[in-house]
Design a protein around this ligand. Structure first.
Ligand SMILES: Cc1cc2nc3c(=O)[nH]c(=O)nc-3n(C[C@H](O)[C@H](O)[C@H](O)COP(=O)(O)OP(=O)(O)OC[C@H]3O[C@@H](n4cnc5c(N)ncnc54)[C@H](O)[C@@H]3O)c2cc1C
Length: 548
């Protein structure tokens, strides 16, 4: 009970001190443990680098992320300059530009950065809940990997693009984008209509793309069909030819509109029109679907997994800190059983997600950090199977974690009560909207669910579904493996997606549940391997006993 007080002394300072004093790496014992477990002998050096890097993320860049997505400061476009010249200038906030410069200048794609270092740094960066920089970071990774995969296509122009994006030029790093989706379809890449007309050893593009994020980028990977062909190729397209960027003369394309989006608001996503845009083919022009999906989108799907784990971690951490701070009905939120269980579940799910992400990343690293576009391969059987396992794990991880993170964000927001949806009180509302986008781009859920089914059928001649399942679930309790194996038989007998009758619809939904359950077991196995650890270091914990 309390008496009236016209000078209500309530203050959030104690909570803010905890929240804003939190070092995303040094104060997160679980993160240290999971990296130590999976990065093995690399960990000592990795730990040193992350302790040096993390304060920049936690204390310098975090405050800069709160403006870019503000509806009053969204990116916009100036089509013409004062002299009536078409420039399609993208205007972004000073904070986003500063973030972009400082984060890209970390040289994440340089040969000097190891793959675990890059992955762990990106996990920390994704906790910022910011896509104005992190979307182009993911796209740049795809661009770099695509170019590296095809050294035979390294003309001086393409080599210069690669160097710009990896090692930088005059202390400035090239920024990548990826433009695949057209108005008639995003998932259905073979339906692309953009035309690539050969010109010498280059091409010129004519036509439109309808979803082009990071439109401010220097280069884009673009899918298009060579004139007269039904095959899709992948092309690297400079936004400006050398010397033209400063003059704002674009490489023969117009940006028609910047889309108004629910999430990832700080990254400008546009609709554009190519009209004789010079570009370079990278990879065979009849293998563009396999290369775009198998390399570029697959890397972005790994990034979605990392971003989902990071978003969930931030949500769980902030919900826990708030539950330790705020009194409701005479006790802390976290001291009430319903809320206590809710926060524990958030922490458990965030940790399960991160453990799974790291386990898959360890496999990616073990396979040389190289992706295999398509299923055909001359490699020995065991290696072929490992690559297939990795491919499917990345797809399943994307579809499960992106879906989960929306749910986790919503539940974390609810711990904050009304303050959870106040945009300048809590960043989780922004991260929630971004999570919804993560579910859609790089392959929506249904498309990926069907892809896994199709892939398992196509791979059956070298990898039987039960062997595949056994390998994927290796380390899980035998009873769970046996139960999932039994459930898999239903789909082997009759494919679930062909008919629209009631039983087919039931089996299609059962496939979705099956895939999610398989991945849950995978994540739980990964988490068990790592072992328990809090997500907030003991020095930061105000009431550790309530979480025991
Ligand atoms: C914010 C944002 C930014 C984006 N940025 C880019 C970008 O930079 N570059 C780019 O190339 N693209 C970008 N995209 C596009 C994105 O990749 C596509 O939206 C995505 O691939 C899905 O394509 P679509 O929108 O055409 O949906 P569709 O393919 O039309 O799918 C619509 C629905 O149908 C379902 N569906 C499709 N096929 C099947 C099936 N066989 N069975 C059952 N259900 C099915 C899907 O799961 C989905 O629910 C962006 C999207 C968003 C939201």
């Amino acid at each position: 009970m309390s008496l009236p007080d016209r000078n209500n002394p309530y203050s959030f300072e104690a909570f803010l001190n905890q929240l804003h004093g939190f070092d995303f790496y040094a104060d997160d014992p679980f993160l240290q443990k999971v990296l130590k477990y999976f990065a093995t002998e690399e960990f000592v050096e990795l730990d040193r680098k992350l302790r040096e890097f993390s304060p920049r993320v936690s204390f310098r860049w975090r405050p800069l992320t709160d403006t870019g997505g503000n509806p009053r400061k969204l990116p916009y476009m100036e089509h013409y300059n004062a002299y009536n010249r078409r420039i399609d200038r993208i205007v972004r906030t000073a904070e986003t530009l500063q973030l972009e410069k400082e984060i890209f200048n970390e040289g994440l794609f340089s040969a000097k950065v190891t793959s675990w270092e890059r992955m762990a740094k990106r996990y920390l960066l994704h906790q910022l809940g910011e896509f104005g920089v992190m979307c182009p970071i993911a796209c740049t990774e795809g661009l770099v990997a695509l170019i590296k995969q095809f050294p035979e296509d390294h003309t001086p122009e393409v080599k210069a693009i690669l160097d710009h994006c990896t090692e930088g030029l005059n202390n400035e790093f090239g920024i990548g984008a990826q433009f695949v989706s057209e108005i008639q379809g995003g998932s259905d890449i073979p339906s692309n209509l953009l035309e690539a007309v050969p010109e010498g050893n280059c091409y010129r593009l004519y036509g439109t793309k309808f979803f082009t994020s990071a439109i401010h980028a220097d280069y884009a990977v673009v899918t298009a069909k060579v004139s007269g062909s039904e095959d899709v190729g992948t092309f690297v397209v400079p936004a400006w030819m050398p010397g033209d960027k400063e003059k704002e003369i674009r490489n023969n394309f117009r940006i028609n509109r910047i889309k108004w989006k629910m999430g990832t608001a700080e990254v400008p996503t546009a609709e554009l029109e190519y009209d004789g845009t010079l570009c370079y083919a990278v990879g065979p022009t009849n293998r563009g679907v396999a290369n775009a999906v198998g390399i570029v989108l697959t890397l972005s799907r790994i990034a979605v997994g990392i971003a989902s784990a990071a978003g969930m971690t931030r949500a769980a951490r902030e919900a826990q800190l708030y539950a330790e701070f705020r009194d409701v009905f005479g006790a802390k939120i976290g001291e009430w059983a319903l809320a206590n269980k809710q926060v524990r579940d958030l922490v458990q799910e965030a940790q399960r997600c991160l453990a799974g992400v790291c386990k898959i990343f360890a496999l990616f690293k073990e396979l040389g950090g190289r992706l295999q576009p398509g299923l055909a391969s001359d490699e020995p059987l065991e290696m072929r199977r490992r690559r297939f396992l990795l491919r499917e794990l990345i797809i399943i991880q994307k579809l499960v974690t992106a879906y989960d993170s929306v749910d986790i964000l919503r539940k974390a927001i609810s711990i904050f009560g009304g303050h959870g949806v106040i945009e300048d009180f809590c960043s989780l509302a922004r991260i929630f909207r971004d999570a919804v986008v993560n579910e859609l781009w790089e392959g929506p859920r249904n498309v990926l669910l069907m892809q896994v089914f199709r892939d398992m059928g196509r791979a059956a001649e070298f990898y039987s579904p039960d062997q595949f399942l056994d390998d994927l679930l290796s380390g899980a309790p035998q009873t769970e493996i046996a139960e999932l194996g039994r459930r898999a038989l239903e789909f082997a007998a009759k494919p679930p997606f062909q008919e629209l009758d009631k039983d087919s619809r039931r089996r299609a939904a059962a496939w979705e549940e099956f895939i999610v359950d398989v991945f849950r077991v995978y994540q739980e196995t990964a988490l068990r391997e790592v072992g328990p650890e809090p997500i907030i270091g003991s020095g930061k914990m105000r009431m550790p006993e309530i979480w025991r």
